[in-house]
Design a protein around this ligand. Structure first.
Ligand code: AGP
Length: 600
């Protein structure tokens, strides 16, 4: 979603900001802008559209050594140049960029800003106007900034510059991610370390309700009451090559191809020298102690949770409920006596999941986060974290994080079974290694999936995915992948549910992608395939070796039956990828979507 960068140093800030914003493009945005300052002149450029357009719009002659930049994903007010950040105060003295949502912006406007004509429809402009109003009363920018931040309710990551002070960027954070990057003769701020890896790998973490005075040679973190906070920097684990496409045309294809590697890395990270599962003993204990697990997640991570439930129930014999994060608070189930909340999130920043975490922490329930970003908000705020080790996932459509989530959940299930003394005839590391090999074999047959995408999806308006048992969950993930990047209207259904309504949608040529990887339901899903064919559907069957029948479109290499979702999703990812390509869609940055969804 929205992204922030800021730089103060001696080099041309414009170029550093634009490069930083380019690195944030993957998060999803609809407009962008920068404000840079030299010799107390502020220059602002904003566009509705891509960073490439912003680059063209920016005056190349401006040389400034301090600046802030932003990518906006519209919440308050449509995408437009007026609503793009930075926003300025009435006099033009203060310029601000902001991520998050100010919940009390209308109250603030009514109480403090009467008589001020607003130029945008954003909650952000309210903040910068408020800062100026308070400054006019207090005559101290730093105090006015802290006072304004104190009045705000909601989530924010803010960077502010003052046209009369070329030595400071003012920063504040609450619930939205923001990091300070440290350099030699410069300092930076960014909502994501990826934006500033070009200049530094040394970062300072910021806590909620902290403010920062960012100067060329000095960084001062303060609490809202002005108390100074000392904090040690950390070194970013990423390096620039981790976030480059290399020879791949798209990040999504690169990330699909990385999946076998990620699985092997997970095996390595979760195995000790005696080939036993290596897991944080506190996580093990929490799993042993609970009487029910509540998985909370959104989108693809929710789909991984549905598969995870199978692993945890079948291996560890713990009852599991899986909930869509955004719905949980409205319909909180009756909780068991000793619940354990498991938050699954690639980014670790999903606001819907975090809202539930805040709620369940208040109720005093333990929380485990399974994430690809260990320092993320969900990771910091939960009691325990399991890392996915998938490496940065840049494409908006999640692929390698999803398969990593399932792999880690399988390991967690088996580890808990071991801890509880449940005997299993299943070696997760050996079986995952077989899965990694199977994935590799499939990734080498991309032309097959390109052909399938052309044959079934080149011109269609819609597409259905069907499966039974765990294939059903993989089907809904396949449908999500297809719709998010190709904009084909796609839905996943349980094979048995078709006749209860959905079959009415099947007409001549409707593509139906069926998964047939489970021995126990092979006959029934085949029956469903016949039902849709009889009504004119164009059926593409993806089956597992040993269960295949003549005419199947693709036969997956055989893996342990319970782990098939980690393999069977790969063809669906690739088919979606090629369908999107055939339709000239922007695969890595689909319209309206954001990589990390930081608003509720
Ligand atoms: C996946 O392809 C999607 N882009 C989306 O559904 C995503 O999985 C969801 O927003 C949850 O994100 P998280 O895993 O970072 O919490």
């Amino acid at each position: 979603m929205c992204g922030i960068v800021g730089y103060i140093g001696y080099d041309d800030s414009k170029e550093i900001l634009l490069k930083g914003l380019e690195k944030l493009e993957y998060r999803g945005y609809d407009s962008a802008g920068i404000a840079v300052m030299s010799k107390e002149d502020v220059y602002i450029s904003k566009v509705k559209g891509r960073i490439a357009q912003l680059r063209e719009a920016v005056d190349g002659n401006v040389h400034a050594t301090l600046g802030i930049g932003h990518t906006r994903w519209a919440t308050h007010g449509p995408p437009s140049q007026e609503n793009a950040h930075p926003h300025q105060s009435k006099s033009g003295r203060f310029s601000i960029v902001h991520n998050g949502v100010i919940e009390n912006y209308l109250e603030v406007r009514d109480e403090y800003l009467s008589g001020i004509e607003l130029k945008s429809q954003t909650d952000t402009e309210i903040v910068v106007q408020l800062i100026e109003v308070l400054y006019n009363e207090m005559n101290d920018v730093s105090a006015a900034f802290r006072k304004a931040v104190e009045l705000l309710k909601g989530s924010y990551a803010i960077a502010l510059i003052d046209a009369e002070d070329a030595e400071t960027i003012y920063i504040a954070k609450n619930k939205s991610p923001l990091l300070v990057g440290l350099g030699d003769g410069f300092n930076v701020v960014a909502s994501d370390s990826m934006a500033m890896l070009q200049v530094t790998d040394q970062y300072l973490e910021l806590m909620d309700k902290e403010t920062v005075l960012l100067r060329r040679e000095r960084v001062e973190i303060q609490k809202l009451d002005g108390t100074v906070v000392e904090r040690e920097p950390f070194t970013a684990e990423l390096n620039e090559s981790d976030i480059e496409k290399g020879t791949y045309p798209h990040f999504m294809l690169k990330e699909i191809d990385e999946q076998p590697l990620v699985l092997r890395r997970i095996i390595q990270e979760y195995q000790d020298e005696n080939n036993e599962i290596k897991l944080d003993p506190d996580v093990r204990q929490a799993m042993k102690d609970c009487d029910r697990i509540y998985i909370i997640a959104a989108g693809t991570s929710y789909h991984a949770g549905l598969i995870g439930k199978q692993f945890l129930e079948k291996f560890a014999q713990i009852p599991v409920e899986v909930h869509v994060a955004s719905e949980f608070s409205y319909n909180m189930p009756l909780l068991s006596e000793k619940p354990l909340f498991v938050y699954i999130s690639q980014s670790g920043e999903t606001a819907d999941s975090r809202a539930v975490l805040v709620q369940t922490k208040e109720l005093g329930h333990p929380a485990l986060t399974i994430t690809n970003v260990p320092g993320s908000t969900l990771s910091r705020e939960a009691d325990y974290t399991l890392h996915l080790h998938a490496g940065p996932e840049i494409a908006v459509a999640s692929t390698k994080a999803y398969t990593a989530q399932m792999a880690v959940l399988a390991i967690l299930g088996v580890d808990t079974a071991n801890a509880k003394g449940i005997e299993l005839d299943f070696d997760p590391m050996q079986e995952l290694a077989i899965v990694a090999n199977a994935m590799e074999a499939m990734a080498d047959q991309k032309d097959v999936f390109e052909d399938l995408a052309r044959e079934f999806l080149a011109t269609t308006r819609n597409c259905f995915f069907i499966g039974r048992s765990i294939d059903y969950y993989v089907g809904i993930e396949g449908a999500l992948k297809l719709k998010e990047i190709s904009y084909i209207q796609a839905e996943g259904f349980a094979g048995g549910e078709l006749k209860h309504g959905t079959i009415a949608l099947i007409e001549e040529g409707t593509p139906v992608i069926a998964l047939a990887t489970q021995a126990g339901v092979n006959d029934s899903i085949r029956g469903n395939v016949q039902e849709v064919i009889a009504r004119g559907a164009n059926a593409c069957v993806i089956s597992m070796k040993g269960l295949d029948k003549s005419g199947d479109s693709f036969v997956l290499p055989q893996v342990h039956e319970i782990l098939t979702p980690i393999v069977s999703v790969l063809p669906l990812q690739l088919i979606s990828y090629y369908a999107a390509l055939h339709r000239n869609c922007d695969v890595d940055k689909p319209r309206n979507l954001a990589k990390s969804v930081t608003v509720e």
